[in-house]
Design a protein around this ligand. Structure first.
Ligand SMILES: C[S@@+](CC[C@H](N)C(=O)[O-])C[C@H]1O[C@@H](n2cnc3c(N)ncnc32)[C@H](O)[C@@H]1O
Length: 331
């Protein structure tokens, strides 16, 4: 199963090539990375001891709370329906060409990885540090014979992937759980081909404010006010998924919040051309009901407009976690 992508994999420590040797991947340094339950275990530590301590804490958390939940998603059709119901999923699927190599960094249980892999001509790789999450994604891919979808255990700060491997790299809902999101972005960008697209999804500094208040309230009052969270009130989400949501949003050991202009600065400094944002960050963009061509260049607006829009997000995307995504093209 790994033969078609072995040229895209690297030893996460010395970045040299890996070879398949039975039930392991072997590095040129003769280190063996086992393949357990169908998943190559290529997890290597983050560089500094302090950052590695936090990474381990996050890994333990996501080994217990596999996110997002899979309950009820028992066929490709159901997965497709769910992903397409979110505008972002539908637009992303439409934007990614059929022959693309797609990398999802921090794929969690791999719902997006599997969804994008439903186009069998794409090569789709999901990397996460949580083995428990990856097993759920891999079980789905194996059950439905999705041979173009691959899951690897790895660390975003020591990725087991060759530089310039990906046409499209997605990292959503992840970097804000790491000690240094900007350097995470910079390391991931190396894995994108020149001219390829990177999509970064982060908690928004403004849209996250109501959740911050609720978090404090819940800490003081227990479950009494849980209905203040729009997601916990939803009737179309079952109890176990709500538990996972609650843990991810309110009990997470580490998160940071980010603004649109901050991420645009990351893009500018790294020579990444801004393409689009979800939600939109300027006027003059086709209305969301018409759909956004994520990989086409959109107006990026100015700082004042961004502040106004992000304040508006307090009343829109805040209820579902306050996550915004920026897409950019690598020079
Ligand atoms: C909130 S979940 C998001 C999952 C998925 N991207 C989504 O949007 O549904 C965050 C994921 O990031 C992963 N993660 C956090 N830090 C990581 C790191 N340093 N390396 C690899 N994965 C990491 C966690 O294990 C977890 O599965």
């Amino acid at each position: 199963m790994l033969e078609p992508i072995i040229h895209l994999l690297r030893d996460p420590v010395d970045l040299r090539q890996l070879k398949i040797a039975g039930d392991a991947l072997v590095a040129e340094s003769y280190v063996r990375y086992p393949i357990l339950e169908g998943i190559p275990r290529l997890l290597a530590p983050t560089r500094t001891a302090k950052e590695e301590t936090l990474r381990r804490k996050m890994q333990e958390f996501y080994e217990r709370h596999t996110f997002p939940g899979y309950d009820g998603i028992d066929s490709p059709g159901v997965l497709m329906d769910k992903a397409r119901r979110s505008n972002f999923g539908a637009w992303l699927d439409r934007a990614i060409p059929p022959m693309a190599t797609v990398l999802e960094a921090g794929c969690g249980t791999g719902q997006m990885t599997n969804f994008l892999g439903l186009v069998a001509t794409r090569t789709v790789i999901g990397v996460d540090q949580s083995a428990a999450s990856l097993l759920l994604g891999n079980e789905f891919a194996e059950r439905f014979g999705m041979r173009n979808v691959h899951f690897l255990q790895g660390n975003i700060f020591a990725m087991p992937i060759a530089e310039r491997a990906a046409d499209v790299l997605i990292c959503s809902g992840v970097l804000h759980h790491t000690p240094d999101p900007r350097s995470g972005f910079e390391s991931l960008l190396k894995l994108v081909k020149p001219g390829g697209v990177i999509l970064i999804g982060l908690y928004n500094r403004y849209a996250r404010i109501p959740l911050g208040w609720r978090k404090m309230l819940f800490r003081m009052t227990g479950r009494a006010f849980h209905r203040l969270d729009a997601h916990l009130r939803r009737k179309d989400v079952d109890a176990s998924k709500k538990e996972i949501w609650f843990a991810d949003q309110y009990r997470n050991p580490h998160e940071s919040w980010h603004s649109v202009d901050e991420v645009l600065r990351w893009f500018d400094d790294a020579g990444v051309e801004f393409l689009s944002a979800v939600p939109a960050i300027s006027s003059g963009v086709a209305g969301e009901e018409n759909g956004i061509s994520l990989f086409q260049k959109h107006p990026r607006g100015g700082a004042m407009e961004h502040v106004a829009r992000q304040l508006g997000w307090i009343f829109t995307i805040s209820g579902e976690g306050g996550l915004f995504v920026l897409a950019g093209r690598k020079a």
